[in-house]
Write a protein that binds this ligand. Structure first.
Ligand code: CTP
Ligand SMILES: C[C@](O)(CO)[C@H](O)COP(=O)(O)O
Length: 232
């Protein structure tokens, strides 16, 4: 059974507000996306990588990310779609995977994921039929309507979904193709599997696995990366 990784990195980074898409911005002197690819290229449990990038930035990606590193496991680099979900689906279609191969889906802009969680995540995905990395919510969450609090959900059951999210290939392919057919758009891959009535496990992750979304996330990521280097 092989393990594939699909890396959606085809977003525009509107909330970052930079000219270059944020996955190509520098973190510790290298593109964010190169850090993310390294995590999986270096891990012995991973066999194949599929990268999804904006059509207009394929050449930039080849020159600045893929070219210098020369990723041995990279099987395909495909154009992304309008939404993250479209990009993941296009990445899945490029996987030459068997039905029971596992596929990890990981945001290109989460370069600080702790790769030690890959094995427990794969084990949970094999056992349950799907698993994601997540962390318990630390703040109190409010439901707000028209600037008024409409509810305060109990925090003890609330978790933040991160990536990677791992599934057997047949399951995640069906979940994505069904969502497309139904015109359903979800904000993560697990939610598409959940709507098929299938169980998805959560493996407790790490608060440092941030999604670099806004300019202050980049400052935080630089600090977290520097701390990682001191730890080594
Ligand atoms: N059409 C899209 C949108 C997002 N992504 C990827 O999905 C991940 C998470 O998305 P997000 O952080 O929201 O990135 P952007 O869509 O780029 O950001 P924004 O919403 O601010 O434009 C990123 O690696 C991003 O490149 C993608 O592959 N294709
Ligand atoms: C998949 C994800 O990273 C889990 O937290 C997140 O849902 C992506 O959301 P975005 O709004 O597309 O960044």
């Amino acid at each position: 059974m092989a393990v594939w990784v699909v890396i959606p990195a085809a977003g525009m980074g509107r909330r970052m507000g930079s000219e270059t898409s944020k996955q190509f911005l520098q973190l510790g002197g290298r593109p964010i996306l190169a850090h993310t690819l390294d995590l999986f290229e270096r891990h012995s449990a991973i066999d194949h990588l599929v990268l999804v990038v904006p059509a207009r930035e394929q050449e930039l990606c080849r020159q600045q990310v893929v070219g210098p590193g020369g990723y041995r496991k990279l099987r395909a680099m495909v154009d992304g779609g309008v939404e993250r979900q479209d990009s993941v689906r296009l990445g899945l279609r490029a996987c030459l995977a068997a039905d029971d191969d596992l596929v990890l889906i990981h945001d290109g802009v989460r370069p600080l994921f702790d790769a030690a969680l890959i094995e427990p995540l794969l084990a949970a995905a094999r056992e349950t039929g799907g698993a994601i990395v997540g962390v318990p919510v630390k703040d109190t969450v409010k439901v707000v309507e028209d600037s008024l609090i409409a509810g305060t959900p109990r925090r003890d059951r609330l978790w933040l979904a991160q990536t990677p999210q791992a599934f057997p290939f047949a399951v995640i392919r069906e979940a994505h193709e069904r969502a497309l057919a139904d015109g359903h758009v979800g904000t993560d891959d697990a939610s598409l599997v959940e709507r098929l009535g299938r169980p998805v496990a959560v493996v407790r992750g790490d608060y440092r696995n941030i999604k670099i979304t806004t300019p202050e996330d980049l400052i935080l990521a630089e600090a977290l990366l520097a701390a990682q280097e001191v730890d080594r």
